[in-house]
Design a protein around this ligand. Structure first.
Ligand code: C2E
Ligand code: MG
Ligand code: MG
Ligand code: MG
Length: 275
């Protein structure tokens, strides 16, 4: 009796695993197809100066227009893409859109996200610079966003990559800052343009976790000050968060308060606002 219950449970478990495996295979096949039919689009979210909301740039965020499942967010498929190695191809599709967008407009910067493994691929900088060149875009207006993981895995290689990119004008921002190892002793060695304060700390500035979040943001601001770089608060949703960030010395912000990620880039607005 106990045995057969065990077997039944196994059967149920197997069935669930089989379905999960099928779902993943399905999505992977869809991913391959979508790469060929322009299923991926860049959405742009403004990055503003906290004082006066002046737009200084946009972050390009990947979206997948799935034929049956609708608009998918990175969280729905990036893990899958990383496992299958397909995400790098998807990234290049997005970088091309962002770079073309830059070439069509004449001010403000666009930042693109680069996953750690992709960043450390030996041809990453060359391929990116070639793409910028071919599009006739200004490399100074493209930024990459990487996380600390990308820096610490292979420090000499990461340094080479950042220096090559910077020597051609492409600056790097450190994304989700405060959530990684934050190996502070290493940071000054890397040519980093700014620290993006992770949205969890921005959210925490209001409410129960306020003391801890304030302490973290203060520490990040002090670090940025020492390095002589600026910060961008991520995930700013309320005026209270905006004000708290300003009081702590953060100059720039990004979040639903200023604008949702959207397919429209509003280049006219950027032209009007950024000298
Ligand atoms: P991230 O680079 O930290 O991007 C910021 C995320 O916060 C975006 O989520 C954005 O939509 C969301 N966000 C912006 N403002 C607010 C706000 O006020 N409140 C809240 N709760 N969220 C806000 P998204 O677009 O879902 O992207 C998630 C992550 O996926 C990104 O985090 C980035 O790590 C990755 N990603 C996005 N696009 C690409 C890409 O083209 N390539 C790669 N490799 N990764 C990407
Ligand atoms: Mg980012
Ligand atoms: Mg981030
Ligand atoms: Mg994030």
């Amino acid at each position: 009796r106990a045995k057969s219950t065990g077997r039944d449970r196994c059967a149920v478990f197997d069935e669930a695993m089989r379905e999960e495996a099928m779902r993943i295979l399905d999505l992977e096949a869809d991913l391959r197809r979508a790469i060929n039919v322009d299923g991926f689009v860049a959405f742009y979210q403004p990055i503003v100066r906290l004082d006066d909301r002046k737009i200084i740039g946009h972050e390009a965020l990947l979206r997948w227009r799935h034929e049956r499942r609708g608009l998918l967010l990175p969280a729905d498929f990036i893990g899958l893409g990383e496992d299958s190695g397909l995400i790098e191809e998807v990234d290049w599709l997005l970088y091309r859109q962002a770079i073309d967008q830059l070439a069509r407009t004449d001010s403000g910067y666009i930042s693109v996200n680069v996953s750690p493994r992709h960043f450390l691929a030996s041809d990453f900088a060359d391929r990116l610079l070639r793409m910028i060149d071919r599009a006739g875009a200004d490399p100074h207006r493209l930024r990459i966003e990487i996380t600390e993981v990308a820096l610490l895995d292979d420090v000499p290689r990461a340094l080479r990559m950042l220096r090559t990119l910077r020597s051609h004008g492409v600056l790097a921002q450190l994304d989700d800052f405060g959530t990684g190892f934050s190996a502070l002793s290493y940071l000054h060695r890397f040519p980093i343009e700014c620290l993006k304060i992770d949205q969890s700390f921005v959210a925490g500035l209001i409410g129960e976790t306020q003391p801890e979040s304030v302490a973290v943001v203060r520490a990040i601001q002090a670090l940025a000050g020492t390095l002589g770089i600026h910060t961008i608060g991520e995930g700013v949703e309320s005026e209270a968060q905006r004000n708290a960030l300003r009081e702590l010395g953060c100059t720039y912000g990004q979040g639903f308060l200023f604008g949702q990620p959207s397919e429209d880039f509003h280049p006219a607005l950027v032209r009007a606002l950024v000298p």
